[in-house]
Write a protein that binds this ligand. Structure first.
Ligand SMILES: [Zn+2]
Length: 53
């Protein structure tokens, strides 16, 4: 599974860690995040994330 980075603030979504503060379990691929998931740091939506190189 790929890591994704927020274009705005640099937060990295790591599928191995998930986003437990927002009820996203470890092992959840970025593609499988709910459409209303937002960056936990700056609040932008998934469209503003890019694949980590
Ligand atoms: Zn962000």
């Amino acid at each position: 599974m790929q890591k994704y980075v927020c274009d705005i603030c640099g937060y990295m979504y790591d599928p191995k860690l998930g986003d437990p503060d927002n009820e996203i379990n470890p092992g959840t691929a970025f593609e499988d995040l709910p459409d209303d998931w937002i960056c936990p740091l700056c609040g932008v939506d998934k469209d503003d994330f890019s694949l980590e190189d």
